[in-house]
Design a protein. Structure first.
Length: 124
């Protein structure tokens, strides 16, 4: 387990929740985050941005889509607090620096890689 994942687990262990579970507003916010992640292209962008900073054109080239599409995705994810930006000269660089987001994306992808591996091995 990476240090980022350990930090998330420790924070999760200490999360505030009453006897009936988390606050309904927190659950609604979490559902909105999952809705934002319900796009393969957004997950791919977040996975890339969790590993290094990129500008829009580089991301568009990696995904093989238009810069306007990548910009739209990044704008929505920035508004949702999933990505952050900084300027370098004329370029705006995007990154994911929240360990919770990194962990969510990595765990979702790892889960499906594991499922595919088990299916290939005849398990489920």
């Amino acid at each position: 387990m990476s240090q980022r994942e350990q930090d998330v687990v420790e924070e999760t262990d200490h999360a505030e929740a009453g006897p009936a579970g988390p606050d309904p507003d927190v659950l609604a916010d979490a559902a909105a985050t999952f809705a934002m992640l319900a796009s393969a292209q957004r997950l791919h962008l977040l996975w890339l941005l969790a590993r290094q900073e990129y500008d829009v054109s580089t991301l568009a080239g990696i995904l093989g889509v238009s810069t306007s599409l990548v910009s739209q995705h990044l704008g929505k994810m920035r508004w949702a607090g999933l990505v952050s930006t900084r300027r370098r000269g004329k370029h705006q660089l995007y990154t994911v620096d929240d360990p919770h987001v990194v962990s969510l994306v990595d765990q979702a992808i790892d889960h499906h890689v594991d499922l595919r591996t088990r299916e290939a091995d005849g398990q489920r």
